[in-house]
Design a binder for this molecule. Structure first.
Ligand SMILES: [Zn+2]
Length: 74
């Protein structure tokens, strides 16, 4: 599959760091499995991963954290 952004690079399975902001909370999620473009670094997440990421983010927002750094794999 070719990258939808640069149309050049191949998408490889890898891991990315996702940063989310919800209101006043910032959540940094490390080791999120993703397809990463070898050319421009753009990434896409699968539906299952997005759901899990949102779930983790909601938990942090509920706790009213200012900033939280989490590991997806943990
Ligand atoms: Zn690309």
């Amino acid at each position: 599959m070719n990258c939808v952004i640069c149309k050049n690079g191949n998408m490889n399975e890898g891991h990315v760091t996702v940063t989310l902001q919800r209101g006043d909370s910032i959540i940094v999620l490390k080791n999120v499995p993703a397809s990463v473009c070898e050319n421009c670094g753009e990434y896409t997440l699968s539906e299952t991963v997005v759901e899990r990421v949102m779930q983790i983010a909601e938990e942090s927002v509920t706790k009213k954290v200012e900033i939280e750094v989490l590991n997806y794999a943990a």
